[in-house]
Each structure stands twice: as structure tokens, then as C-alpha cells.
Design a protein around this ligand. Sequence first.
Ligand code: NAD
Ligand code: DAU
Length: 338
Amino acid sequence: MKILVTGGAGFIGSNFIHYWLQNHPTDDIINFDKLTYAGNLENLSEIEKNSHYNFVKGDVCDREQVLDVVKDTDLIVHFAAESHVDRSIMDPSDFIRTNILGTQILLDSAREYEVRFHHISTDEVFGALKPEDPAFNEKTPYDPKSPYSASKAASDHLVRAYHHTYGLKTTISNCSNNYGPYQFPEKIIPLFISNLIEGIKVPVYGDGNQVRDWIHVDDHSRGIELIIEKGEIGETYCLGGDSEISNLELTKTLIKLLGKDESCIEFVKDRPGHDRRYAIDFSKATNELGWKPEINFEDGLKSTIHWYKNNQEWVERCKSGDYQGYYEEWYSTLSSRA
Ligand code: NAD
Ligand code: DAU
């Protein structure tokens, strides 16, 4: 099988490519990625000489480039996106362009060459839960609250519309918060691990009682694999980690695992429009695909901390470039509560 992976130089895409080639060594992968600030070919250096792997630099919004790479492939796994909620609050433009227009261009190309399309989406399209609410499932109405989640919701709707209208063979997965190696250090887990290693305070938004469900990226890759192999065309599958934890509890766990103390915590102003709680009911994936998350959260956190400790130069390189400018601008909006 020949697979086009979009956004394969990012966090989940690069972990997925490693996972796929380990488990399907005779398949061919084309990684199509624009290499934005979040794309990093270092994540794939171990396989750059593998004859089954090929990198093509390009933009999902460029119709000619996309048609050229979609031709002769059997399957598109679409990860490419602007993925960071905070950045979408500062400026939604790239989110609308890449996440909506880019998805439409890929869908048109998939239609042109009759290629199956698996779309990677997020639990954030469902909005926010109250503490007493049941977890999101495939039937939960969409209620996105941030420019990021609104753009992902629009792309999910387009995928379903192309299946319904044109008969394109599509599937969608909506997954909760991923963690693991190669995650850009703007997201809470890698940011807090690297800050704690460097002795920098960790900025907890608001009261820190927002709840997220965490899934190890390898469990996510295995879920995508099972959807590709066994999922029903036209269907959506929710994937979650069965690990709900508040941001404050997560922060205290990281502090403990890194041998630091709680004076490292700095409470800052809340993210505007911050969703209070996410949780995923993944029983459809369990019943129909035989999938459930297998990596225990504390074990996964320990191995992730180990990876970041051993890859501090990778983190430093991520933090160079335009990252510092972004970070300073964003944090100037979150003045300390102290
Ligand atoms: P990421 O930001 O780490 O990587 C995104 C990748 O897409 C980068 O390599 C970037 O260069 C590439 N890209 C961006 N714009 C592009 C464009 N116009 N053309 C081609 N490539 C482009 O993101 P991630 O965290 O790996 O997320 C991957 C996907 O999974 C996204 O669709 C995201 O919405 C979804 N998702 C993420 C999570 C999570 O916890 N990170 C959870 C659920 C779903
Ligand atoms: O739920 C899936 C989503 O998870 C994905 O669709 C997104 O692409 C991914 O970025 C992630 O979104 P979040 O906004 O949940 O991730 P982030 O790591 O930015 O934040 C996690 C929680 O931690 C959130 O409640 C905000 C809080 N936070 C985050 C940062 C960066 C802090 O308190 N302080 C911080 O410095």
C-alpha cells in the first residue's frame, strides 16, 4: 500500500510514520509537509534513508502540489493542521486557511484520483463538558469554542459532506490530548517538562482545574491503524486515553516525577474561552475495532520525561527561530495573578 501522510513532520504525524513503518515495513509512505514552525524533519532522521519513505515539501493549500502527490497513492492520512489553541486565539487566519481550505483541496484531489481519506480530528469539536456530563461520543453534537476547534469542526463536516455527496471513501477519528516524544514545547506537557528541567516556572492558566483526557501518541497511532484496517467507510471513531486529570494535578505530577517543588508553579490569567473539561467515550472503537488505550498514563509520562531529558538540544532548537517572539507576545497577554 502507498500512503500519503500530510503533516508527517509534526508531533503525531512523525510518531505515526515511525509506528507504521515498524508494523508495515513493505508499505510506502510519502510525507507531505510545509515545514511550518511545528514541522521538524529531525523527528524522522532515523528513517530518512529507508527506501519505503519519501519526503515532499509542500502546502496542502497548493492544489497543483497536492494533485501531484495524491496521484498513485492508495490512502491519505491527513494530519496537517495548525494545531495550537493559543496561537489560534492570537490569529485565526492560518487555522482557517490550512485546516479548512487545505482539507477541501485534499478532498478534491482524493476525489479526482479515487483515494481513500482518513481525517485526523480532535475531541475539541464537541465543545466543553461540565463535571457531571457524560463523556463525548460519536453522537455528541458539535459545539466548538475556539478558532482552532471551529476550523477542525469545519474540516470534519467537509469530510462527511464529500462522503455523503460524492461517495468518497472517508473515515474520521476524534482523539483527546496526545503526549509523547517529538511534541513541540508549546503544549502543556513538553513545555512544563522543559521549563522544570531548566528551572523556569510553569504557567498554569486560571485555577488549573480544567480537565483533559491524555492518550499516549502510540495508542493513537494504533487506533488509526485499526480504523484504516477495519473501520467502516463513512464512519467516525472517538479515541481517548481513559486518563482524565486536571491541569493542576498534572502539573503536580510532573513536578514530583522531576524531583522539583511546587514553588515552580505560577498561576497566570486564564486562556480566553478556555474549555473546562474534555472526556472521551471510546466504546465504539472497542466494540467495533477491538481498540483500547494500553499505555498507563504515569508510565507514559515517565518515558516521555526520559525522552525530553535525553533530547534537550532538540527542545532548544524548537525554541529558537520565531518561537521566542510568539511566546513573549502570548505571555504578555497573561499577566501574573500574583
Ligand atoms: P503539529 O502542530 O505538531 O504538526 C502539524 C504538522 O502539519 C507540522 O509538521 C506542520 O509543518 C504541518 N503543516 C501545517 N500547515 C501545513 C500546510 N499548510 N501544508 C502542509 N503541512 C502543514 O500537530 P499535531 O499535534 O501533530 O497534530 C496533528 C493533527 O492531529 C492535527 O490535525 C490536530 O488537529 C490533530 N489532533 C492533535 C491532538 C494533540 O493532542 N496534539 C489531539 C487530537 C487531534
Ligand atoms: O484535546 C485535543 C487537543 O489537545 C488537540 O486538538 C490540540 O491540537 C492540542 O493542542 C491539545 O489542545 P489543548 O489546548 O488542550 O492543549 P495545550 O497543551 O495547549 O493545553 C492543555 C491544557 O493545559 C489546557 O487546558 C490549557 C492548559 N495550559 C496550557 C499551556 C500551554 C496551561 O495551563 N498552561 C500552559 O502554559
